[in-house]
Design a protein around this ligand. Structure first.
Ligand SMILES: Cc1cc2nc3c(=O)[nH]c(=O)nc-3n(C[C@H](O)[C@H](O)[C@H](O)COP(=O)(O)OP(=O)(O)OC[C@H]3O[C@@H](n4cnc5c(N)ncnc54)[C@H](O)[C@@H]3O)c2cc1C
Ligand code: SF4
Length: 520
């Protein structure tokens, strides 16, 4: 076993991990980032999402892509994997949450979060190269029409996104960091951001935070999964940790170890909770009993709107080009895939409501009987990506789940309060209205129609902030209760439902946590 020494080891290279890597490197610390996914270059991303080996992360069967799908009893979760974490697969959208976010949940009252974080949101937006989508395409124009129909014209706007909108296809030297960053190419509005941008226009984390951290000496290793942390010295880990990791893309696992004075857990909700819930039973027993509780989603509904018009092209544009503030707590976005990326067509059924399977099935067959020709046409569309959009509905309503350690992996349960549900009446109504404008039929993942299981790309919480270990897992500066030198900086720290896409908030809150760490 080879042994190195680092000031900070960061587990995972998503939004939390990347921000931490840069800020700690700037402060003079020796940093190692360990990432279990692959290190992708632009040309390595799949051309369509039918190339499952490059799109899906399922290493047990040799799929080393950028998106992970995980099914639990109460929820289906989409998340990212690879150097850059969820930024590789995400839709680039960076909205700021409304005021309620800062005043609810377990972090309420620990700080005046809205004013404290304002400067960190600005920094994160600048670092991620955020700008407004300059070009509304067909799917966005339809959302604009829906807004007008609902007398909400002013509530519609183009999204703020992490994309370089220079001259299409033209390469320029670093437009963001005074020449210290990599070159970029202008976006061609091909809609393929969520299968990985092959055109060097998407501002993924490997092109900003991680790139700059590496230039300052941070080391990043890919295809290695952290499996254990052992406190050195006393049980509070005042001397640091032994960090054990093993390869994640090889059949035969070899284990390695590094010594770190501090560890930052940034593996995303599933990575961080999976590791910590396992370690609470072994090497980290003092972790708070709140671990795994308060798991949130954005109360999402993902509804496909599949058009019958053969000559329409909904795949043009950026992944998420526009947003509608439906009300104080509710947002609707139009999401697209690039042409020929029609994988989801094999997993969708009509969008129906119903409290039990029988009612939902009756409603579904009723829909088939009522308009058979339209459903036949949606089933046989030539290019599913060109004839469909995904309506992403998000709502700031507090529903929670709990994750516990199961035999082989995490398991979900309903601990207290309401759980997230698949069928949300307002989402259903908006999808029907949007689809009418487009000669389309609303469809949802079959897990929703059959099992009533909601899906989310925004899993959050589980290692939330609190005043003490009886209310949360970490304090207001992200330090884990019960251990020294251990922090959580990723989606699992999010302590209230943002009601909008969360990556910007994860980056901003990590910027705040890092600002509290002194220079070396
Ligand atoms: C299809 C899709 C579209 C999305 N679109 C948007 C959007 O437009 N806007 C938005 O704000 N959000 C979007 N999201 C959500 C966003 O991607 C996540 O909220 C965000 O990436 C979470 O950041 P994080 O820091 O928690 O961790 P992640 O970004 O998930 O990164 C965690 C990383 O840690 C690695 N890891 C985990 N465990 C270990 C371990 N033990 N050892 C080593 N490495 C480990 C993982 O492989 C992963 O790369 C989208 C998500 C999906 C799936
Ligand atoms: S629309 Fe195409 S070119 Fe633009 S960022 Fe997305 S994938 Fe890259």
């Amino acid at each position: 076993m080879e042994i190195f020494t680092y000031d900070y080891v960061i587990v995972g290279s998503g939004f939390g991990g990347s921000v931490a890597a840069l800020r700690l490197s700037e402060k003079g610390y020796k940093v190692l980032v360990i990432e279990k996914g692959k290190w992708y270059q632009a040309e390595d991303f799949p051309k369509t999402n039918w190339n499952l080996k490059k799109w899906i992360w399922l290493p047990s069967i040799g799929f080393y892509g950028i998106m992970k799908m995980t099914f639990y009893r109460h929820i289906a979760i989409l998340s990212g994997a690879g150097v850059g974490g969820g930024s590789l697969v995400y839709g680039n959208t960076l909205p700021k949450p409304k005021s309620n976010f800062y005043k609810n949940g377990t972090w309420a009252g620990l700080n005046d979060w809205e004013s404290l974080l304002a400067t960190h949101y600005d920094t994160a937006l600048r670092m991620l190269g955020a700008s407004y989508n300059p070009k509304l395409e067909t799917g966005d124009v339809l959302l604009q029409q829906l807004a007008e129909k609902r007398n909400q014209k002013a509530a519609f706007q183009p999204t703020q996104v992490a994309i370089f909108f220079g001259e299409p296809e033209v390469e320029v030297s670093d437009p963001y960091f005074d020449g210290k960053g990599p070159s970029r190419v202008g976006c061609i509005h091909c809609g393929a951001c969520m299968t990985g941008c092959r055109h060097n226009a998407k501002n993924t984390l490997d092109k900003n935070y991680l790139y700059l951290a590496q230039n300052l000496g941070a080391k990043i290793i890919a295809e290695q999964e952290v499996v254990d942390l052992k406190p050195i010295g006393n049980s509070q880990a005042s001397l640091g940790y032994e960090v054990y990791y093993q390869n994640s893309t090889k059949l035969f696992k070899t284990k390695s170890k590094v010594i770190a004075k501090h560890v930052i857990l940034a593996g995303g909700v599933l990575g961080t909770l999976g590791l910590l819930l396992k370690l609470k039973k072994t090497s980290l027993p003092n972790l708070s009993d709140q671990l795994g509780k308060n798991v949130l989603t954005n109360n999402e509904a993902l509804i496909f709107s599949v058009s019958n018009q053969a000559d329409i092209d909904l795949s043009k544009g950026i992944a998420i080009g526009s947003i509608l503030d439906v009300d104080d707590k509710t947002h609707l976005e139009v999401v697209r895939y690039g042409e020929r990326s029609g994988f989801w067509r094999i997993g969708v059924l009509p969008n129906v409501v119903g409290n039990n399977l029988i009612t939902r099935l009756i409603n579904m067959f009723g829909k088939y009987l009522f308009s058979p020709w339209q459903y036949i046409k949606t089933a046989w569309v030539k290019d599913f990506a060109k004839q469909s959009v995904v309506l992403l509905f998000m709502q700031q309503i507090d529903t929670t789940l709990q994750f516990k350690k199961g035999w082989f992996r995490l398991k979900s349960s309903v601990s207290s309060g309401k759980k997230p549900v698949a069928q949300i009446p307002l989402a259903y109504e908006l999808a029907e209205e949007y689809s009418k404008l487009n000669h389309a039929k609303p469809m949802v993942f079959l897990t929703e129609t059959i099992l009533n299981m909601p899906s989310t790309a925004h899993i959050l919480g589980g290692a939330v902030m609190g005043k003490t270990q009886y209310e949360g897992v970490i304090d207001a500066d992200n330090h884990v209760f019960g251990y020294e030198n251990l922090l959580v900086c990723d989606g699992s720290m999010i302590s209230s439902n943002p009601g909008v896409n969360p990556s910007l908030s994860i980056a901003a809150i990590t910027e705040h946590a890092m600002s509290k760490i002194p220079n070396k």
